[in-house]
Design a protein around this ligand. Sequence first.
Ligand code: PLP
Length: 376
Amino acid sequence: MNPNRIYLSPPDVGSAEIEYVLEAFQSNWVAPAGPNLDAFEQDFAQLVGSKHAVAVSSGTAALHLALRLAGVGAGDEVLCSSLTFVASASPITYLGAKPVFIDSEARSWNMDPALACAVIEQKAKAGKTPKALILVHLYGQAADISPIKACCDKHGVKLIEDAAEALGATYGEASPGSFGLFGIHSFNGNKIITTGGGGMLVTDDAALANQARFLATQARDAAPHYQHSTIGYNYRLSNIAASIGLGQLTRLSGKVSRRRGHFKAYAEAFKSLPGVTMQPEASWGQSTHWLTCLSIDPKIAGVTREQVRLALEAENIEARPVWKPMHLQPVFASAEMHGGQVSERLFDHGLCLPSGSAMSEEARERVINMIRSQFA
Ligand SMILES: *Cc1c(COP(=O)(O)O)cnc(C)c1O
């Protein structure tokens, strides 16, 4: 077996990050506060076109704050994409609310707007309007935001965008995450930029941004002693982590073009393989292709997704099935689900390939050759 493992999406860090971290050390801002944290929030808000950004310890924490500030509480219903990572849905349950899962559409693999709107209409008619909707932008590609936002606005459903996988993408001219009441981003080690773990909450509402900072720092009332009138969290990002983020942000566009380059090369190499379909790029914007994903129809390909994945693993190449939909997760077995065929088929047939922004062309060739050999 080749001793050099090729990972799905490893961190890609450089010297700019070291400079910022050094600066934080030298000024003794080794705390969950400091000038680099402020600068990271400002640069980030400007980049994504939101008025305010609040840096927190994870994307999951950002989503928890967003839901709480959207007024979600015990017994409320929150619509959510089924095809996603569990962190899109688990904060719903932190608040005692109930997730209602919605299937994907084939065009983008993201939430089906027609289905989402039908569910909102039906629930509104029944006098049980959902409190919020979490719209996930999967694998670097924006969902079709406009029709979903229109239904949400019409019925007073708070739109929260999970853009954890979509930093650097566009919907029209704008960034996914900047359309809803809140957007959230993630800087986990595998995301397009990393802080070694971290997240961001973005919003255009100054009062909500202030509330988020307040809740993220233990909800301390304005008093010289420690006084609390509500329960908060310890969710703030550290100035050290933000320093890494500041460095990462300066090279975002290069990271996007390298990931797009991987997708293009994979698509070119696989175009004659029977039964292989790349994740489609929807017409409404540009995907970062955070991960290159494809689906393999075993009836046409003569080989299953799992056979291909195991062949890659045997060559020390990390590939992953597409997210297992939430409605198929044991923990959400009793949750309400609308549709399901699209996300179930994507889970059965879908494969995510190594896509790191620092992956060499030689490494990519190794992946390509291994996959092609399965079709020989
Ligand atoms: C990574 C991810 C999150 C969670 O982000 P963390 O920073 O890991 O908490 C949420 N949603 C999606 C779709 C993700 O991929």
